[in-house]
Design a protein around this ligand. Structure first.
Ligand code: ZN
Length: 133
């Protein structure tokens, strides 16, 4: 598959307002937009840096995946996303090579991206997302 660059790093936070201050006030970056992704029960704040972004993920529901992540592991880096040229081809290749996936088919992520997650057992504990936009 053709991986182009790191698309974003997803950081699980309890509060975008609170956590965002480090990125804006200390690092001098800007929060470009905040989007609600209802399916994932999160608000996502986009903080672009050249070709990549930090995405702050704030749960909107105590039963959502990000809330559960914070309950078990605390706030912090939750996933790394690699941008691929063609996500359907990438998923086919991963399946052919026997790589366990969380998503067998692409689904819609924040910012209109097509995304899929690889099982963290395949990646030494890192939740890896591939995405195409
Ligand atoms: Zn992501």
């Amino acid at each position: 598959m053709k991986v182009k660059h790191i698309d974003h790093i997803g950081v699980a936070v309890k509060s975008i307002d609170q956590a965002g201050k480090f990125y804006t006030e200390i690092l001098g970056l800007g929060i470009e937009d905040v989007e609600n992704v209802a399916e994932q029960k999160v608000n996502v704040a986009f903080i672009p840096i050249t070709d990549s972004e930090v995405e702050l993920l704030e749960s909107t529901d105590p039963d959502g995946p990000v809330a559960k992540y914070i309950d078990s592991r605390g706030e912090g880096v939750q996933h790394i996303a690699f941008r691929v040229e063609n996500i359907e081809e990438a998923l086919e290749e991963l399946k052919e090579r026997g790589v366990r996936l969380i998503d067998q088919a692409p689904r819609e992520g924040a910012g209109g991206a097509k995304i899929a997650f690889i099982h963290p057992k395949e990646t030494n504990g890192v939740l890896v997302e591939i995405c195409e936009r």
